[in-house]
Design a protein around this ligand. Structure first.
Ligand code: GDP
Ligand code: MN
Length: 386
């Protein structure tokens, strides 16, 4: 799960990480009051959406008067923000963060993630923070400092200071850096975070270290034990299809290929996608309809697949263990009755009540290709969807 910058900054400030003063608003009418509460004469208006690259997308606007702040709020609020990290439609801007502008001396990068290769929580730091950190990582990877923390150990102040030294920070900044990094590490471990990032972490002319941005991704599988984090969820920022899917307890992810897949079990779903790929096709989605599924859920899943943009064929692959194949067949037929069928569809049913399911489909009068062999089914759908 992602959260907004302003929410990340609240967590930051509770964990010894300094942030600029800021006020969240959802209406331009609140802008001038926010400016006077913040004081100063420079403000930054920042679109709150679940995507990075906002600076490049025009979602971070530097303002030198209250009027400019109002114009910026008017421009952003109620619109969609398109950034290099969103799709062409962008994400809705329902709130903006108005912050006191800062005198930036240097933009650093600081983040923590799980490095699966070393199996450690890894600190990433760089003197080359800012909007082009991806370019730094790919073109000059030696400018990224990496430090792995033993999973059962802890991050020591000494290690923080070593990283600060590599970043070239003076004594005063080093002290602030140590506190900030230890705070980040605490949030990471306590809240089951998978990625936490401050980019940029700035140094100012006043010799302070401030988190100018904040990004946190949480491990969805651990959210059940973090009600406070779950309360931060903003569904307006989530993919509509994936959301509908989660309402129906379907595990659904949109992909770029052309063959819609409906499979039970994540492992079988991946194997099915591999087979499609092996025979020259590509998947339009990942979908695991799960164990004890119902005809209604299958119908919903089928609808979702059909609304995928590039889909030119559907492969259903069900291995009936707990789930009964006749229920799956019923669900498919219900969905076709409701949304119609204008795509080739291949169905492979195996296991509990497979014969009954296949019979239902064969006798339905709907043009469905049935197969009992998975490889044949994959070959068939690749051929039909061309
Ligand atoms: P992102 O593009 O989504 O990562 O949004 P950021 O919050 O990182 O903002 C993008 C850029 O805007 C930063 O890298 C800064 O260069 C700039 N920026 C943000 N806040 C301020 C500020 O208070 N003062 C100045 N001068 N620049 C800022
Ligand atoms: Mn940023």
């Amino acid at each position: 799960m992602h959260i907004h910058e302003y929410q990340a900054k609240t967590l930051f400030s509770h964990n010894n990480i300094q942030t600029p003063k800021g006020i969240l608003i959802s209406n331009t009418k609140q802008a001038s009051k926010a400016c006077s509460e913040l004081g100063g004469s420079v403000w930054v208006v920042k679109a709150q959406v679940h995507a990075g690259g906002r600076g490049k997308g025009g979602g971070v606007i530097l303002c030198r008067s209250v009027m400019e702040v109002e114009v910026a709020c008017d421009k952003l609020l109620g619109g969609q923000l398109i950034t290099p990290q969103t799709d062409a439609k962008g994400l809705p801007i329902n709130q903006v963060l108005v912050e006191a502008g800062q005198n930036i001396e240097q933009e650093l990068y600081l983040g923590l993630l799980i490095d699966r290769q070393t199996q450690k929580i890894t600190v990433l730091a760089s003197t080359e923070g800012g909007m082009d950190i991806e370019k730094v990582a790919s073109e000059t990877p030696d400018k990224i400092i990496k430090f792995g923390v033993e999973p059962l150990g802890a991050l020591s102040e000494k290690s923080c200071a070593e990283i600060a030294e590599k970043l070239g920070l003076n004594a005063e900044l080093t002290e602030q850096f140590n506190r900030a990094l230890l705070g980040l590490y605490d949030i990471f471990v306590q809240k089951d975070v998978s990625l936490i990032e401050i980019n940029p972490l700035i140094t100012t002319a006043e010799n302070t270290l401030l988190a100018l941005d904040g990004k946190i991704d949480f491990d969805d599988n651990a959210l059940y034990r973090h009600e406070d984090i779950l309360a931060l969820r903003d569904i307006s920022q989530e993919d509509e299809k994936e959301m509908t899917a989660s309402e129906y307890q379907l595990n659904y992810i949109s992909l770029n290929g052309t063959i819609g897949c409906m499979v039970n079990g994540a492992g079988l779903a991946m194997a099915t996608m591999d087979l499609i790929e092996h025979h020259g096709g590509s998947s339009a989605n990942f979908l695991d309809v799960g164990g004890g599924t119902t005809a209604q859920r299958v119908a919903k899943a089928f609808e979702l697949i059909q609304t995928e943009k590039n889909v030119s064929g559907v492969l259903v692959n069900i291995f009936g263990g707990i789930v009964r194949c006749d229920l799956i067949a019923e669900g498919i037929l219900q969905a076709i009755e409701k949304v119609g069928l204008n795509l080739p569809i291949v169905v492979r049913l195996e296991g509990t009540n497979a014969a009954a399911g296949l019979k239902l489909l064969d006798e339905s009068g709907v043009a469905i290709h049935t197969e009992s062999d998975l490889t044949q089914a994959a070959i068939k759908i690749v051929e039909l969807s061309k």
